[in-house]
Every structure is written in C-alpha cells, then in structure tokens.
Design a protein around this ligand. Structure first.
Ligand SMILES: Cc1cc2nc3c(=O)[nH]c(=O)nc-3n(C[C@H](O)[C@H](O)[C@H](O)COP(=O)(O)OP(=O)(O)OC[C@H]3O[C@@H](n4cnc5c(N)ncnc54)[C@H](O)[C@@H]3O)c2cc1C
Length: 323
C-alpha cells in the first residue's frame, strides 16, 4: 500500500495542469517521514489517457477515475471519490491552486482529517511530518504537525519544483466514481465563461510581465508589446486591479495568484509585502521603477530606475532588434 496520495489536476480542456508535478515533488519530500511510496489519483472525463501521462514519475500506481460527469470540476462531485480513495493513505496532497484549495479541505472534512494548507515545506521529526506554512504574507513561518490518522495538505506551488519523469512505468488502476452526496444536488454547472487568451496561463508561464498602479489606463497598451516580445503572461498588482486597469484574475500576491516563473518583471510596482508574497519565488526578478528607494529593488536581481513609459517601449524596441 502507498502512503501518500497525490491528487492530479486537469485544465478545463482536459490536459494535465503543471501544478500536478509540483504536488508530486511535495509528496516525494514527505515520503522519508512516512517511509513508503506514493500513488497518483486523476479524475476527469478523460482520466485514463491522463493517467497514462503520469506513469513515468515513480508512483507505485496511478489511479484513474473516468466519468463523463467529471468533465467539469466541482468540489461537491470530486470530493467523495478523492475521500474514498484517500481512506487507504496516510497523507493526501495537491498543489494549493484554486482547485487544491477548494477540493482538499472538503476531502479532509469527509475523512475527519486535519488539514495544512499552502505549505512551503515538509520535513519529518521523530517519525512525524512537520509542515511549514507561511504566515504574515511570508514574513514568518509556522510549523505544524497534524495528529489525525489521515493527514491532508496542499503545497505552495512556487516552493516545490515541478517533478521530472524518472523513468519506469507505474501500473494504472481504475476506480468508479463515488456517487456525490446531497451537497452536489445543490450545485449545477451551467456554463464556463473562461477568459480565452493566446498567452500562457499566469501560474504556468515561464515569463511574467506585471504592472502596477503607475501604468494607469495604459496598462495593456504598455505591457502587451513587452509580453508579446517575450511570450510572457501578464500580471498585475492589487492596486492596478482595484483601480480597474487590469482584471481580477491578473492579480499576483497574497490575495491573488502565486507565481514562480524563470523571469518576472515588476513594472511600476512598489514591492509591498503582499505583492512580494506572490512572486518572490521567481528565479530572476527585474524591476522598473522611477523611485530608487522603492522596496522592490531590495528583492530585484536587476533594477532600472526609470520612467516606465519611456523604458518599456525602449526595451520592446531593443528586443525586436535582436530578433
Ligand atoms: C490584506 C491585504 C492583501 C493584499 N494583497 C495584495 C496582493 O495580493 N497583491 C498586491 O499586489 N497587493 C496586495 N495588497 C496591496 C498592497 O499592500 C499594495 O497596496 C499594492 O501591492 C501596491 O500596488 P502598486 O505597487 O502597484 O502601487 P503603489 O504602491 O502605488 O506603487 C506604485 C509604484 O510605481 C512607481 N511609479 C510611479 N510612476 C512611475 C513611472 N512613471 N515609472 C516607473 N515607476 C513609477 C512608484 O514609485 C511606486 O513605487 C494587499 C493589501 C492588503 C492589506
């Protein structure tokens, strides 16, 4: 029997979401404290095909729950199956994406299990898992142990590198969807109004170009050419979102999305701790700000003290020339 169950995540079009691989790394880091193996559970309308994509990551098995009614995610429909499968494990994990943060607390409740959300680390002490969790926007860490027989946890994506295939071929097992309870009767998906974009998804992108309050109404006019030149996703500070310059799902930070791209541009962003909480895991950070004292420069690998309305078009022109 395996000890850790990783709950995989699919995108709306049924592909594997990259966050699944960060959850695998989280599971692998928890294993020394449990001394066993891990399994992966994938749910969806095409779960068997996706399970096939997950056989090379060293799992003891990959469990597929394929059912047409799982084409669209709702916690009420997914949680009963995850909880039923999860009963056989000591630890159930996923990445703390919107999906993981929505699904796993419900799973924990069904399993009567304690839950540690948004963990940035996991170690073991005297045979017990110790979960590290960021507090006060990442300015302090809390360490907790879960004392229930089954433990449930989500991992902060930016703190765990995506697992790479390690060879081997895990066996695939099928399970039947568990009939959802009465809660599911109250929930009906009537449609999905997803934002269609040619750009990479913010949390999956290798490069993110983010703008702050200073970019004002020219948010897209200024940032899109740079994002286009770099093949980047666009992000925003909360101030830019609150002012209506960018949509809410662009927000990076404590109350927005957590990103950890290879390259992050903070343009006209001061560097408030709540913003930094969402992007400090980025490998290389570039800041453009006209205030040399802006806190973002303390974090940035490269800083340019300049007026963004001049610097960004010049950067775009230079990038185009290099092509
Ligand atoms: C509970 C809570 C949760 C929060 N969650 C988040 C969150 O998730 N994400 C988030 O981002 N914030 C969050 N905030 C808000 C956060 O505290 C800051 O208010 C916000 O990040 C500031 O956004 P900003 O840097 O765009 O704006 P400002 O702080 O106004 O900074 C604008 C910057 O632009 C520079 N600038 C001005 N003009 C130019 C120019 N022409 N060229 C170059 N630079 C220029 C200025 O020097 C300044 O540094 C949260 C706050 C609270 C209390």
């Amino acid at each position: 029997m395996s000890d850790v169950l990783v709950v995989a995540e699919l995108t709306e079009d049924g592909s594997l979401r990259g966050a699944t691989f960060n959850a695998i790394t989280f599971a692998q880091k928890a294993l020394p404290g449990l001394g066993g193996t891990f399994a992966i559970l994938v749910l969806g309308a095409n779960a068997k095909a996706r399970a096939q994509d997950l056989t090379g990551f060293g799992a003891a098995k990959v469990i597929a729950c394929e059912d047409p009614s799982l084409a669209q995610y709702t916690a009420e429909h997914f949680a009963p199956t995850v909880a039923e499968v999860g009963k056989a494990y000591k630890l159930v994990v996923a990445t703390a994406t919107s999906y993981g943060k929505d699904l796993l607390p419900r799973v924990a409740a069904r399993l009567d299990a304690a839950y540690a959300g948004d963990c940035s680390g996991v170690t073991s002490e005297d045979g017990n898992l110790v979960f590290q969790r960021p507090m006060y926007a990442g300015n302090a860490f809390g360490f907790c142990r879960l004392t229930t027989r089954i433990q449930v946890a989500t991992a902060r994506q930016s703190e765990f590198t995506a697992a790479e295939p390690s060879g081997g071929s895990s066996p695939i097992e099928s399970v039947t969807k568990v009939a959802p309870g009465r809660a599911a009767e109250r929930v009906q998906v009537v449609g999905l109004d997803a934002v269609k974009s040619e750009r990479p998804e913010l949390t999956e992108a290798k490069i993110v170009v983010s703008g702050g309050r200073a970019v004002k109404e020219k948010f897209f006019e200024v940032l899109e050419p740079l994002a286009d030149a770099l093949g980047a996703a666009i992000g925003a500070s909360r101030a830019a979102v609150d002012a209506g310059y960018a949509p809410g799902d662009y927000q990076v930070g404590q109350t927005g999305k957590i990103v950890a791209p290879a390259l992050y541009f903070a343009i006209g962003i001061s560097g408030a701790i709540q913003h930094i909480a969402g992007m400090k895991g980025s490998k290389t950070i570039v800041a453009i700000n006209k205030d040399a004292e802006a806190p973002i420069f303390q974090l940035a690998d490269y800083g340019l003290v300049a007026d963004l309305f001049q610097a960004v078009p010049e950067l775009v022109a230079a990038l185009k020339q290099r092509r």
